[in-house]
Design a protein around this ligand. Structure first.
Ligand code: GLC
Length: 468
């Protein structure tokens, strides 16, 4: 009886979560069209398709030592990046976790702290890499900054902070110029330092990967959040100021798509669980696509599905485990652990469940099999959706055209892509649903490590002649 109930529920679950070929193609086309609209609309309300003002990619032969500062959701990394040519780099970094006080306090405190990390790198840890006049402050040091949050950029070294997200809520940050905030902090600390470039982490991923493989045309991050950068013709970026467009006509520019905010329930295959997750979220009706697939949300979707199965008597004998009602308590890392569990009787998965929740009766092997099926389906949907949205950036650049034999090189980075088992294979399977074999065989998805650090140093280098 219970078995029949579970089988029927799993059938219904599968049919709502498996996204079919025609639906993936529809998402791809809708994202292409949303992208075109965002390239035409200059507004803080639609912070998508953000120009990076990065007009060239590295060739792999660049050399020299450059400084980068990379602020992500968890850490700030300040690095001396030695570009050795031939696509090779050496990185010496000072890394520190962003404390709660800096996430929620005054914007000046966060920037003072980041300035101190730069001082530590230049005068202590990386002292041997800098000239005496850079160390004593008589010569200006230049750095590239990677900012993993949206910024409305108006030049390579100008841009307003739009919204922080990822647990940051700074006093007086929104609307402030990011580079001015750094320069004010450098002055307060008596430093002779300037920011020569600011980039999004996806722009860094693309630029850093291009240093290793000059054919790279797309940079993707699939982590807590998700996003992608690609190369666009300046002529198509209608929202750029007219004089900029005419001066740079026929050139290209890297675009931070902020693809995380694309998509609407009108065409995304949202399930009842996605609707529930959205309703319970701090920012309802925002980032529909990201909430269906990124690391921050997949675990929560799993928790909502399991709760429904328990309600209907198809899991845990119909008894809710203690603590399971806590939102976001079921992490995406639990899903990875369950998919990686090849132990006899699924003992690792059973221990993971009993370590984190209170059970009246220990979960059974069959419970774990059902949960395994659920997590596999949710992560497969994530990878297939990532393939559909990445393919919108392939289409946008016409990389799939039939008369080309060039590889379509995509640099990817992020905890989900790197650590979730079978994610890479599922992403490729998504491309196989969307494209014929002759296109799929040209798609090269390559791991792009250290995008934030190396990418910002490369951009600082690419524009150093312009700024120095
Ligand atoms: C979020 C941010 C975006 C960033 C992405 C990956 O979606 O809005 O700017 O690129 O996470 O870190």
């Amino acid at each position: 009886m219970v078995a029949a109930k579970a089988a029927a529920l799993l059938d219904a679950f599968d049919s709502s979560f498996n996204v079919r070929k025609h639906h993936l193609e529809l998402i791809r086309e809708a994202f292409v069209n949303e992208g075109i609209r965002a390239l035409e609309t200059d507004s803080d309300e639609i912070p998508a398709m953000i120009p990076s003002y990065v007009n060239s990619l590295p060739t792999g032969n660049e050399k020299g030592t450059f400084i980068s500062l990379d602020l992500g959701g968890t850490n700030c990394r300040v690095a001396a990046v030695q570009l050795l040519g031939d696509g090779k780099v050496e990185v010496l970094e000072v890394k520190s976790a962003v404390s709660g006080d800096f996430r929620l306090g005054k914007v000046e405190s966060l920037f003072n702290w980041m300035a101190e990390l730069v001082i530590e790198l230049v005068t202590v840890k990386g002292r041997h890499l800098f000239s005496p006049s850079e160390v004593d402050g008589s010569e200006t040091i230049y750095l590239g900054v990677t900012w993993s949050f949206p910024v409305n950029q108006t030049d390579i070294n100008r841009g307003k902070i739009l919204r922080m997200g990822k647990g940051f809520s700074l006093v007086n940050a929104d609307g402030r110029d990011l580079v001015e905030l750094f320069h004010e902090a450098f002055e307060r600390k008596g430093m002779n330092a300037r920011v020569s470039a600011i980039i999004n982490d996806t722009v860094g991923t693309l630029v850093a990967h291009a240093y290793q493989n000059p054919l790279a045309r797309i940079g993707v991050i699939i982590a807590t959040g998700t996003n992608a950068a690609y190369i666009e013709k300046v002529d198509n970026i209608v929202k750029l100021p007219k004089n900029y467009r005419s001066k740079h006509a026929h050139e290209s520019m890297v675009i931070n798509s902020e693809i995380d905010i694309f998509g609407s329930p009108a065409y995304l295959p949202v399930t009842e669980y996605d609707v529930q997750l959205m309703a319970g979220s701090a920012q309802p009706n925002f980032q529909h696509y990201e909430k269906m697939m990124s690391g921050m949300y997949m675990g929560e979707l799993t928790r909502l599905v399991i709760t429904d199965f328990v309600d209907k008597g198809a899991l845990f004998g119909g008894v809710h485990p203690g603590g399971f009602d806590v939102p976001y308590s079921f992490q995406t890392a639990f899903m990875s652990a369950i998919e990686r569990d090849f132990t006899a009787g699924h003992s690792d998965s059973i221990n993971l469940l009993t370590d984190n929740y209170e059970f009246l009766n220990k979960p059974t092997e069959r419970d774990v099999e059902i949960i395994h099926h659920i997590v596999k389906t949710i992560s497969t949907r994530s990878a297939h959706l990532a393939a559909a949205t990445t393919s919108s950036l392939i289409q946008k650049q016409d990389l799939h055209r039939d008369d080309s034999t060039e590889p379509i090189v995509i640099g990817i980075n992020g905890s989900v892509y790197e650590h979730y088992p079978f994610y890479e294979e599922r992403l490729m399977a998504g491309f196989e649903l969307i494209y014929p074999q002759n296109v799929c065989s040209r798609i090269k998805v390559e791991l792009a490590r250290d995008g934030g650090t190396v990418g910002a140093a490369l951009v600082a280098m690419l524009c150093s002649s312009k700024n120095k």
